[in-house]
Design a protein around this ligand. Structure first.
Ligand code: COA
Length: 260
């Protein structure tokens, strides 16, 4: 499957999806949102893919937001559909049972920050700037940013970032727990490769269980979350990979998980 605005790369069991509109700093227009949705569904359905990486083309931007020229031309009805489309894409990414890593190689603004927030893990290069600048355009985040940022950093920081629209540095984003790790631009590819490689080698049922328990646990009460954890824990213990992982520990060797 080829795309006009995405590049797709496969290495071992890692699929990298690169948003490829560098002359527009990888801004998300409607077509790119649709293509991302198709690419994510395809990666999810492909048994050869264990980990998904999302990044942006060029050295300047991850994604500099939703496409402002398209936003300007929209009626309220179209804007509602555009917001729903973006929200559905971000929710799809977050709900995947394969880990999705955002490799934030520059500006992650507006829809770009919302895309990064929907991913499960975020590694940023030290030139990255993250923010929700929609307020400066007379609008507000519409792809889930208010809700995901709120859940990640709490009301005080979420209000500050959304109401001022001022972007923050990668280092500050790490201090706030928005990104997992900051590396130099030169180190970003190898850092992402290392993390995605180790996730690809992990036992898939354990990965799926952790993603579901933590993702759904964010929005549920403790007892429901604990019941989900127990169910997923039991499922892990029904796998050959559990026998392999525990056996390898006891035999003092490296486990080799087969996804069974
Ligand atoms: N939508 C559409 N086009 C965008 C865009 C966006 N979100 N972000 C950048 N672009 C385009 C610019 O219009 C410009 O196109 P042009 O060369 O045809 O004029 C090109 O990308 C390069 O951007 P430019 O602004 O010239 O780069 P810069 O280095 O001066 O500034 C930014 C970089 C990221 C600070 C600036 O582009 C910016 O503020 N972008 C918008 C961020 C934003 O508000 N996002 C939320 C949108 S809801």
């Amino acid at each position: 499957m080829t795309f006009d605005n995405l590049l797709i790369n496969n290495k071992d069991q890692v699929r990298t999806i690169t948003v490829n509109r560098p002359d527009k700093l990888n801004a998300l227009n409607r077509q790119t949102l649709l293509e991302l949705q198709q690419a994510i569904i395809k990666a999810h359905g492909d048994d050869a893919v264990r980990v998904i990486v999302i990044t942006g083309s060029g050295e300047k931007a991850f994604v500099a937001g939703a496409d402002i020229s398209e936003i300007q031309a929209q009626s309220a009805v179209q804007a509602r559909a555009f917001s729903a489309m973006g929200q559905n894409l971000m929710s799809l990414i977050q709900s995947l049972d394969k880990p999705v890593i955002a490799a934030i190689n520059g500006f992650a603004l507006g829809g770009g920050m919302e895309l990064a927030l929907a991913c499960h893990l975020r590694i940023a290069s030290n030139n990255a700037r993250l923010g929700l600048p929609e307020i400066k355009l007379g609008i507000m985040p519409g792809f889930g940013g208010t809700q995901r940022l709120l859940r990640l950093v709490g009301t005080t920081r979420a209000l500050e970032m959304s109401l001022t629209g001022e972007p923050i540095s990668a280092e500050r984003a790490q201090e706030l727990g928005i990104v997992n790790r900051v590396v130099t631009s030169d180190e970003l590819a190898s850092a992402v490769l290392g993390l995605s490689g180790s996730l690809a080698e992990a036992a898939p049922e354990a990965v799926r269980g952790i993603l579901q328990a933590i993702n759904q646990g964010t929005d549920t009460d403790l007892n429901t979350g604990l019941a989900l954890e127990t169910a997923r824990f039991a499922l892990c213990c029904a796998t050959e990979d559990m026998k392999e992982g525990t056996g390898a520990f006891l035999e003092k060797r490296k486990p080799e998980f087969k996804g069974r």
